[in-house]
Design a binder for this molecule. Structure first.
Ligand code: NAP
Length: 270
């Protein structure tokens, strides 16, 4: 009876005020579409959430591919999302992020609001700086430090509340064998080596600080991999490097938080 009355009232309203009814309907449709313009089909699915920085090419793109295939919900970030064709083609959620730009990081933080994130992969990175001290380019070194060291610190700080809400509480920063102080026999690569050694120290400190909150935080060396950065002579494919790293991440225990792992699971000397 009550339902009939409501239906009748709705009909009367629609007949008497057709313009207002059409407007109300249009506003409802628009706000539903705009409420999350970056939503994808995967947002409705269950599964842990992983956020990967620099996911439009190279190792980041392969991380996105393999995590998606493993049933994860993936947020892949790119400096220019509209140009990230391969990443968009995966159907994952793509978000704008320049790790060296505080405004871009703050905007991502506010878009993600209280979304739980299980795994953060600080992957974005650049090379540059110089091979000999005589020719080292100080401006390039500053830029490398901004992107490779300050960037992961800034992103981790901004997304810590999201990680606290996640079930896995894992932070991985993609370092490099060139960041190992113990293994440095050849020198060179000014800027890049320092940026990764400092990144390693960040991960060690983060692991110690967040230990009692159940976090597992590690630095990883992907090996020498065929990407734009690694070049075509590199012995490892992105698929093999990332496959190995995901295995290591999957089997992390709280005891090995704060360590520096190679893609094959061996520890890298600091
Ligand atoms: N390939 C290797 O052999 C190797 C070895 C050791 C360590 N690594 C490390 O592995 C990570 C990935 O390297 P890769 O080989 O995949 O390199 P890559 O092919 O050159 O890709 C680098 C990625 O980082 C992104 N990026 C650069 N600057 C950024 C910024 N300011 N903000 C956000 N994203 C930024 C790039 O985005 P754009 O397309 O917008 O530039 C791109 O998506 C890096 O941290 C690198 O140091 C690589």
């Amino acid at each position: 009876m009550l339902t009939e009355k409501r239906t009748l009232a709705r009909r009367v309203w629609t007949v008497r005020y057709p313009l207002i009814s059409a407007l109300v309907l249009a506003i409802a449709v628009l706000s539903a579409v705009q409420s999350d313009s970056s939503a994808t089909a995967q947002d409705d699915a269950a599964g842990p959430m992983v956020l990967i920085t620099g996911a439009n090419r190279g190792l980041g793109l392969e991380f996105a591919r393999q995590y998606q295939a493993a049933g994860y919900r993936v947020i892949g970030t790119a400096r220019k999302p509209e140009e990230a064709k391969e990443l968009n083609a995966l159907g994952v959620r793509v978000e704008q992020l320049d790790v060296a730009d505080p405004k871009s990081v703050a905007a991502l933080q506010s878009r993600l609001s209280k979304a739980p994130i299980d795994i953060l992969i600080n992957n974005a990175g650049i090379s540059g700086g110089g091979g000999s001290i005589a020719k080292a380019d100080l401006a390039a070194i500053e830029r490398v430090l901004q992107v490779n060291t300050v960037g992961p610190i800034r992103v981790t700080q901004a997304l810590l509340p999201n990680l606290q809400l996640g079930g896995k509480k894992i932070v991985v920063s993609i370092s490099s064998g060139l960041g190992s102080i113990a293994n440095n026999r050849r020198g060179g690569n000014y800027g890049y080596r320092e940026s990764k050694a400092a990144l390693n120290m960040f991960m060690r400190s983060l692991a110690a600080e967040l230990k009692d909150d159940g976090f597992r935080c590690i630095a990883m060396s992907p090996g020498w991999v065929r990407t734009d950065m690694g070049g075509s002579q590199a012995p490892l494919s992105p698929a093999d490097s990332i496959g190995g790293m995901i295995k290591v991440i999957d089997s992390l225990t709280k005891e090995n938080s704060g360590e520096f792992f190679n893609h094959d699971g061996k520890k890298v000397p600091w």
